[in-house]
Write a protein that binds this ligand. Structure first.
Ligand SMILES: Nc1ncnc2c1ncn2[C@@H]1O[C@H](COP(=O)(O)OP(=O)(O)OP(=O)(O)O)[C@@H](O)[C@H]1O
Length: 695
């Protein structure tokens, strides 16, 4: 059968000097056609392999560690760390940067008078890497190694190596700008350029200088990545980069011969081609763009696998995306039975840092959903865009983690040459409201902060305006000054708008309700849309429906969940996600602690649900829209045309004149998600100082 792919024979894919590592994950030079294995390993051999895995576990881990390219560079790295306070390290994906370098530092004594912190852009990476390193050090998570992610801290006073998200380290800096508890910080996956990481570059750099100035203990800083722009980082930190030689397992990269209009179909065809021709223990990771696409394809694969399964082989399909409950996210990291192929469908959440054991084939659709903020409309939008070349290399890197692998790109080589070389730093396109508030809480004015790439002035101005409307900032002052409300808002690990809802709730008499609602909104989707039984699921969900809209529907679910004494059975019967509801309960407890600490009064509005709706206006005033004659909605700030999302309880029913929504999603149309009906008169009552164009 003719293959739809050709091997990338590259060397000239437009990867500028930014990517010196590229050759390491390119196909082996001598191969110029796709060679398909013509056998499946005999059953016995596979089982032996499985046995071997368990018996030899400890030994293998030790041997695997020593075989990593970083291991050979141990002395060099430690020498450089000793000689320099800041170090930029580039090493190819999977070479051992994230798991090994912190252990080298620990063994060399860098965690004697402080701990070693390693930041990750995503919580799933922080959790799985901490677990792996704990396994390597033969300890439990929370002993020598631990992790901290939002609303979950496993570290103890015994912890010396701490994996944490960049957002958590930034919040810690609000309490202690000198980051005194750390002796070394590793800012990993620097190429991702999340807003939090960009701010941390400046904060940690400043903490180092201040500690030096005050003759305090040194703070060692290591910046790591496989694909960072080392010249740019080098100029900013005024240091030279260090390249780690040595290759990990090769990955054969193949491009589609022709452009594919339907990348989902292309991924499906490729998957079944792999399933027919590759050994059954070669697991597959498919990169797609979002939850809906992933769940639909997962369902299709499960059905097709059932139909096509003629032999003993089988597939297990897992999904991995940000909205998935944490427990579910971690399921794909567990081994599957012998004679079973693991298929993981993921968003870019699986793109950097993580190792999903068993993955030997990657299928890359070449797209990603990117959030950007439009200061002129004041709205965040989510758009599907092409990935960057750096992202493409990171994705292929997921295939060569524990053995040689293959990467199938559903786009042509010339398509890829047109991709951006690296993704635009998030700080240049994100809503900066939360970041600006955190900086102000740290006593930092954006205008004078030492950013690696300063944000656009319109983005900063728009953030100041939003914070002023929330009562967090006096923007007229130069530099803009944080108010006491702003300081309280910064105490919550929440979007400032949601923090504002909690601060406003006591005066509307709905503190208990708002705590539940904000907690439920912080969790991922609690509704399970069981496809096979969708009518039953819809019937079960209808019991909680509020005619007021999605916020009060969610509140009904959470309030009933809190009261039930058999949550497992109750969630199962009602097609609700128990993990997400438990997560929301945990978040609520932590929010209650913060509210108690800052002295917010507790009260409840009972059946007076207008109080909750009015209170929602105090934080979400930028997200209001009115019905137009033509049948669509127009947002009040920004005048953007939009429709109610089909997942809303208000979709397809009578259309309220005025609504409030949690977010706008941009696909072929602008859709408003999580919608609640409000009364136009309340706008003047709740927001007397704001002007809106209500038409
Ligand atoms: N959870 C895990 N299970 C099994 N093996 C793992 C796990 N985590 C890491 N490894 C092994 O350790 C190797 C090094 O992983 P590590 O995350 O340290 O690499 P890295 O250089 O930081 O990669 P990247 O640049 O992609 O983040 C992997 O290639 C893999 O072989």
């Amino acid at each position: 059968m003719e293959s739809k792919y050709m091997i990338n024979s590259n060397g000239s894919s437009g990867m500028a000097s930014v990517f010196p590592m590229k050759r390491k994950i390119e196909p082996m030079k001598e191969q110029n056609s796709i060679k398909k294995p013509n056998y499946f390993p005999p059953k016995q051999q596979q089982q032996q392999h499985q046995y071997g895995k368990n018996v030899m576990k400890k030994n293998t881990i030790e041997q695997d560690r020593k075989a990593l390219p970083v291991y050979n560079c141990r002395q060099r790295i430690l020498k450089e760390v000793e000689a320099n306070d800041t170090l930029l390290i580039m090493g190819e994906t999977g070479s051992g940067k994230t798991t090994q370098i912190p252990q080298f530092l620990l063994q060399a004594g860098y965690a004697t008078n402080g701990i070693i912190g390693i930041t990750q852009p995503r919580r799933v990476a922080a959790i799985t890497i901490a677990k792996r390193v704990a396994q390597e050090l033969s300890c439990n998570v929370g002993d020598t190694v631990g992790y901290t992610v939002r609303f979950e801290d496993t570290t103890t006073e015994r912890t010396r190596i701490r994996y944490l998200t960049d957002g958590i380290l930034l919040r810690e800096a609000i309490r202690d700008r000198l980051l005194r508890r750390y002796s070394a910080i590793m800012l990993d996956e620097a190429h991702e350029r999340t807003v939090n990481a960009d701010v941390l570059f400046g904060i940690v750099k400043e903490a180092q200088q201040e500690r030096r100035k005050h003759k305090m203990a040194k703070l060692k800083l290591i910046i790591t990545s496989a694909t960072m722009d080392i010249d740019h980082f080098g100029q900013y930190f005024k240091v030279k980069g260090m390249y780690l030689e040595g290759r990990t397992h090769p990955v054969r990269v193949m491009h589609a011969k022709e452009s594919q209009d339907d990348y989902i179909h292309a991924a499906l065809v490729t998957l079944f081609d792999i399933h027919r021709h590759e050994p059954i223990n070669h697991d597959v990771l498919i990169f797609l763009t979002g939850q809906e696409e992933i769940e639909a394809l997962a369902q299709q694969i499960r059905q097709l696998a059932r139909i096509n399964n003629s032999g003993p082989s089988d597939v297990r399909v897992f999904t991995l995306y940000a909205q998935l409950a944490q427990g579910k996210q971690l399921e794909c990291f567990l081994p599957v039975p012998a004679n079973t192929r693991k298929i993981v469908l993921a968003t870019n959440i699986a793109e950097t840092s993580i190792t999903i054991p068993g993955i030997r084939c990657v299928i890359d659709c070449g797209y990603v959903k990117e959030k950007s903020f439009n200061p002129s409309t004041g709205l965040d939008t989510l758009k599907t865009v092409r990935i960057s070349q750096a992202q493409a290399w990171q994705r292929s890197g997921r295939a060569g983690r524990d053995a040689p692998g293959k990467c199938y790109r559903t786009y042509t080589k010339s398509n890829m040459e047109k991709f951006r070389s690296a993704a635009q730093p998030e700080i240049l396109r994100a809503n900066l409201t939360s970041t600006v508030l955190q900086l102000l809480a740290l006593g930092i004015d954006c205008a004078s902060f030492d950013f690696i790439d300063p944000p656009h002035p319109e983005g900063v101005q728009s953030a100041y305006k939003a914070l002023e409307q929330l009562g967090a900032v006096k923007a007229a002052a130069t530099p803009p000054a944080i108010t006491s409300t702003g300081r309280l808002m910064a105490q919550f690990p929440l979007d400032p708008r949601f923090a504002k809802l909690l601060l406003a709730a006591p005066s509307f008499g709905c503190m208990e309700e708002m705590l539940s609602l904000v907690a439920a909104l912080s969790s991922d989707n609690v509704f399970i849309g069981h496809t096979d039984k969708s009518e039953l699921a819809a019937l079960a969900h209808a019991k909680f429906q509020s005619k007021h809209g999605d916020h009060l529907t969610l509140l009904n679910v959470f309030a009933t969940f809190q009261k039930t004494d058999k949550p497992k059975v109750w969630c199962h019967d009602n097609f609700l996600n128990i993990r997400n509801l438990n997560y929301a309960r945990n978040v609520r407890n932590q929010l209650v602690e913060i509210c108690n600490r800052i002295g917010l009064a507790s009260n409840s509005c009972g059946d007076n649900l207008d109080a909750v709706k009015k209170c929602l206006l105090t934080g979400l005033f930028d997200n209001m829209a009115t019905l137009q004659k033509e049948g669509h909605y127009l947002t009040l700030s920004g005048r953007v045309k939009a429709k109610i999302h089909p997942s809303s309880v208000l979709h397809g029913k009578y259309k309220p004149q005025c609504i409030l929504f949690s977010e706008m999603v941009q696909t072929e149309h602008n859709f408003l998600r999580q919608v609640t009906e409000i009364s136009v008169e309340w706008i003047e009552e709740v927001l007397p100082n704001m002007k809106f164009n209500i038409k």
